[in-house]
Design a protein around this ligand. Structure first.
Ligand code: SAM
Ligand code: DTB
Ligand code: SF4
Length: 321
């Protein structure tokens, strides 16, 4: 009990109703509270730049409605690609480091990891990225304990595995795996001693309650995920969610703020959808607690904020006189 009362802001017992009430606060009250939490737990001037690379693109057997890489969405204009060579990946990571990134995230369009030459190659990529002195994160789908162990031994910093949305809405978005499958992989990652990167997407047609339910589940994990990516849906033509209207940037600000309050110590990442935001909307997300962005011209398969615009954003945040 003593430990808990010493850190009263770190809670694992948030209810969905409480988070829903946070999301519904008057905007300036919500941002103000989130900013206060942020400043107590983080350097407000620090912004982590992470670089993202699709190491294996498309042809995924899962049917995630938002995802251009699902083999179920045949109308999507996407070129499938085999797993990249580790040397090529490490060369790209070297370039990302030179451009200012200190975390390198690698994504594969797999349902799950299978043992064999491809997984061996991913382990080599992790070793190579770590040897550059960068943090390494991978997202490879479901994972078994011995595979998590190998990634941990290679020095993997974090494993990304998103819950995407609340448990009730999840079944409308993915049918080929369950929420429990996701939670099981998250437990496997934790048990291997790897940090968790776990977040979700807004703008898929979910209600505020579904958003609150996602944050309730995330905050219920003990310890909290070290990294929480908040994505706005990138509505890709040919996916079932292609016609979803863009999410109001202020909804993203609210989601970031609620995530910051519910998980004070996590790195909250302003992830997909940033290219649709003005510089000012992005800065509002940072005031509300976002302290990382994906840096570089593409996310996995879709465009990210153009590097020129990001240079202007960084210059606005910390003018180099
Ligand atoms: N296949 C692995 C998996 O799903 O766990 C890893 C790659 S998957 C592309 C990584 C994450 O990207 C997904 O969990 C989802 O949250 C996010 N994502 C994919 N497509 C997106 C889109 N169109 N808009 C926003 N986020 C998206
Ligand atoms: C996350 O939450 N967002 C990133 C990262 N984790 C792997 C992925 C965003 C993907 C956006 C769609 C695309 O570019 O394919
Ligand atoms: Fe496959 Fe991941 Fe895309 Fe789902 S989100 S279709 S698991 S690549």
């Amino acid at each position: 009990m003593a430990a808990a009362s010493a850190r009263p802001e770190i809670r694992h017992d948030w209810t969905t109703e409480e988070v829903e009430a946070l999301l519904a606060l008057p905007l300036l009250e919500l941002i103000g509270r989130a900013n206060a939490v942020h400043r107590r737990h983080h350097d407000p001037a620090a912004l982590q730049k992470a670089s993202l690379l699709s190491i294996k693109t498309g042809g995924c057997p899962e049917d995630c409605a938002y995802c251009p890489q699902s083999a179920h969405h045949r109308q999507v204009d996407l070129t499938r690609d085999r797993l990249m060579e580790p040397d090529k990946v490490v060369a790209l990571a070297t370039g990302a480091k030179a451009a200012g990134a200190d975390r390198f995230c690698m994504g594969a369009a797999w349902r799950e990891v299978r043992d064999g030459a491809e997984f061996d190659a991913v382990v080599d990529m992790v070793r190579g990225v770590r040897s550059l002195g960068m943090e390494a994160c991978v997202t490879l789908g479901m994972l078994q304990p011995h595979q998590a162990q190998r990634l941990a031994e290679a020095g993997l910093t974090a494993y990304n595995h998103n819950l995407d949305t609340g448990p009730d809405f999840y079944t409308e978005i993915v049918t080929t795996r369950s929420y429990e499958d996701r939670l099981e992989t998250l437990r496997t990652v934790r048990t291997a001693g790897i940090e968790l990167c776990c977040g979700g997407i807004i703008g898929m047609g979910e209600t505020p309650r579904d958003r609150a339910a996602l944050l309730q589940v995330l905050a219920g994990l003990a310890p909290h995920p070290e990294s929480v990516p908040i994505n706005a849906l990138v509505a890709v033509p040919g996916t079932p969610l292609a016609e979803r209207p863009p999410v109001d940037p202020l909804e993203l600000v609210r989601m970031v703020a609620a995530a910051r309050i519910a998980m004070p110590e996590a790195v909250v990442r302003l992830s997909a959808g940033r290219s649709a935001l003005s510089r000012e909307a992005q800065i509002l997300c940072m005031v509300a607690g976002a302290n990382s962005i994906f840096y570089g011209d593409t996310l996995l398969t879709t465009p990210n904020a153009p590097p020129g615009e990001d240079a202007a954003l960084l210059e606005a945040l910390a003018p180099a006189h």
